[in-house]
Design a protein around this ligand. Structure first.
Ligand code: 5RP
Length: 237
């Protein structure tokens, strides 16, 4: 028996080792599955050729650095695209659309996902769903001064917003960017794309945890230590 997150992380490393093009700049996501990936990467030959890591959160930047992956970049280089991005997810639907942001890093994650040539998502079986919203809420990051207004609008849309509590302080969880994190308890979503557009039209919402049409590969780790790869047709950016 294995931890399926370890199996998914191993799968990602194996896929990376077989890529024909060199990896110079790597985007690194946030969360416990990525944590496993960082540990494996730190001990691998792949890391030797990497010139820079773009972390999606302060947490990931610190983890990369503390495990010896010290070429952590402050931002995405203007002259370079990110060659590969590896991240986890909270839900994955059959088309490779995702809910992300349990760790509150949705804004950094969305920026890196858009800037990367190849997006690899690593998950365990429990993250696979038929319809997004089945198990997990959709996070949104909100500018603090817009919170009251945004909260009321989200309520009136029937999206059941809840502010996320944080165990290290009283009050709502605040992102690395100073935004307030709200979780929308939508239930299974009929039209996530439409919802994403509607949410982006509300002034004060900075970003959503809906990652639609951004996935190239999902690596699914299993308890029997195996992993499998699902491919999606995002097209090269
Ligand atoms: C953080 C994320 C994570 O990638 C997602 O929550 C999955 O985390 P984990 O691997 O710990 O289950 O989106 O913002």
């Amino acid at each position: 028996m294995c931890d399926p997150k370890d199996a998914a992380a191993r799968g990602a490393l194996s896929i990376l080792s077989e890529l024909e093009e060199p990896i110079r700049v790597m985007g690194v996501g946030t969360g416990s599955t990525v944590d496993r990936f960082i540990s494996l990467l730190a001990g691998s030959e792949i890391s030797e050729g990497i010139e820079g890591y773009v972390p999606t959160s302060i947490d990931t930047g610190l983890k990369l650095y503390s495990r010896g992956l010290r070429r952590v970049l402050d931002s995405i280089p203007v002259s370079d695209k990110i060659d590969v991005y590896v991240d986890g997810a909270d839900e994955v639907d059959p088309s490779g659309n995702l809910i992300k942001g349990r760790g509150g890093a949705l804004l950094g994650e969305k920026i890196v996902a858009y800037s990367s040539r190849l997006n690899i998502i690593i998950v365990d079986e429990s993250k696979l769903v038929e319809t997004l919203g089945e198990k997990k809420p959709v996070p949104v990051e909100v500018v603090p001064r817009a919170l009251g207004y945004v909260y009321r609008v989200l309520e009136s849309m029937g999206l059941n917003p809840r502010h996320r509590s944080c165990s290290c302080k009283d009050g709502p969880a605040v992102s690395d960017n100073g935004g307030i994190l709200l979780d929308l308890h939508t239930g299974p979503m009929k039209d996530p794309r439409r919802l994403d557009v509607e949410l982006h039209m509300i002034p004060g919402i900075v970003e959503t945890g809906l990652f639609l049409g951004l996935t190239d590969i999902v690596v699914v780790g299993s308890r029997d230590c195996s992993w499998r790869m699902l491919r999606f047709d995002r097209g090269r950016r």
